[in-house]
Design a binder for this molecule. Structure first.
Ligand SMILES: [Zn+2]
Length: 376
């Protein structure tokens, strides 16, 4: 039970609470409690949320009506008198459609329950499609996913490569040939449910924060794929940055004499760590472990100032395990500790994610859970 508790912590609301948002906020308090701690009685919920019994009963009636909660009967150990009825999250009645657009050559999607269980998967080959053609294939895949769930769809969550603004417009995603594509608006018009689109690394770090093994404290997730990007959850909130591009570490130059990068510069981190480069280097070598260690050392040197500056608790690498989980991870860990103060390394955890390839899909579900229910 305690593991469930540590796995699901609320993200701090980033805006000021308006008076008219109070009811929504109170609903979120109850849902977050049940999401994080499991079923509870109305009296327990009043105690843990600080709301009155009347307010709790009122909101629970509304949430049962909305098919988000269900009465589960009395707990097993009944004491003297009438046992309290437990209420819990109703995972079957409402589903989330989630999409990961960051995989090379294909779009992947899933139907996910409110509790983060994947009930259905599907994918769509891109076959080189870019621009409007890629948007059309995204709509095709989304339609199949919506049709596959027999349940009400709470919303659609999308993790897209590139820079994504607050309105869910993909400002720039070279791999998909997208520039100012209003992805959220287009999907919302087609499917008439709430749509949330975020950068894939930001989506992934939310997936790890809610459904992974992350503890308290700053979390940085580095995604190693066709490109390289990072997402950060600091002090309980996703870091957006001044221009919505926080975590864009892939195009920091690490070797001015290095390879040409797709962005036009030379020797970006991506030219060293992105999967195609990494794979080529390992395949060309007689000593692959040595190559992975060298890359890990270079990556550690780039990340050390970030980890030290932010005093992060966890650094999570996601991508192909056969490349990342071994000499590379060990070298990253070692170099960061060598290059930062002891206090930085003391509680630092450098690891891979047990969510594997699902980290963006589950993050897409968190975008919807957080946006619609205030739960994360
Ligand atoms: Zn670059």
């Amino acid at each position: 039970m305690s593991q469930v508790t540590t796995r699901r912590r609320a993200l701090r609301p980033s805006g000021k609470l308006l008076q008219e948002d109070a009811r929504r906020h109170h609903r979120a308090l109850i849902l977050q409690q049940l999401f994080g701690e499991g079923p509870a009685s109305r009296a327990d919920l009043a105690r843990s949320t600080g709301l009155t019994r009347v307010t709790v009963s009122d909101l629970i009636a509304e949430l049962i009506e909305d098919e988000l909660l269900a009465e589960l009967g009395a707990p097993a150990e009944t004491r003297v008198g009438k046992p309290p009825t437990l209420v819990g999250l109703r995972e079957d009645a409402t589903h989330i459609v989630t999409l990961d657009l960051s995989v090379d050559d294909r779009l992947t999607g899933a139907v996910v329950t409110l509790g983060g269980t994947v009930t259905h998967r599907d994918e769509q080959e891109l076959a080189g499609a870019k621009g409007e053609a890629a948007v059309a294939l995204l709509h095709t895949l989304t339609r199949r996913l919506v049709e596959a769930t027999g349940a009400r769809v709470l919303g659609i969550g999308v993790g897209s490569p590139g820079i994504v603004d607050d309105a869910g417009t993909v400002v720039d995603a070279p791999n998909l040939g997208w520039s100012d594509v209003p992805l959220a608006a287009g999907l919302h018009a087609a499917f008439e449910v709430p749509v949330y689109v975020a950068n894939d690394a930001n989506t992934a770090v939310l997936g790890e924060h809610t459904f992974g093994e992350s503890g308290e404290g700053g979390l940085m997730l580095l995604r190693v794929g066709t490109g390289v990007g990072a997402g950060l959850v600091l002090e309980g909130a996703l870091l957006h940055g001044h221009h919505g591009a926080a975590g864009e570490i892939g195009h920091v130059v690490v070797d001015p004499a290095g390879e040409q990068c797709a962005c036009g510069r030379t020797g970006c981190l991506e030219t060293v760590v992105a999967v195609p480069h990494l794979r080529r280097r390992v395949e060309a070598s007689n000593e692959p472990a040595k190559e992975l260690t060298a890359v890990g050392e270079q990556l550690g040197a780039v990340l050390a100032p970030v980890v030290g500056t932010l005093n992060l608790h966890e650094l999570v690498l996601t991508g192909p395990a056969e490349l990342l989980d071994g000499p590379l991870l060990t070298a990253v860990d070692t170099v960061i500790r060598q290059r930062t103060m002891p206090v930085t390394g003391e509680r630092l955890v450098v690891r891979t994610s047990r969510l594997g390839d699902d980290v963006v899909l589950l993050g897409g579900a968190v975008l919807v859970l957080a946006g619609e229910l205030g739960v994360s």
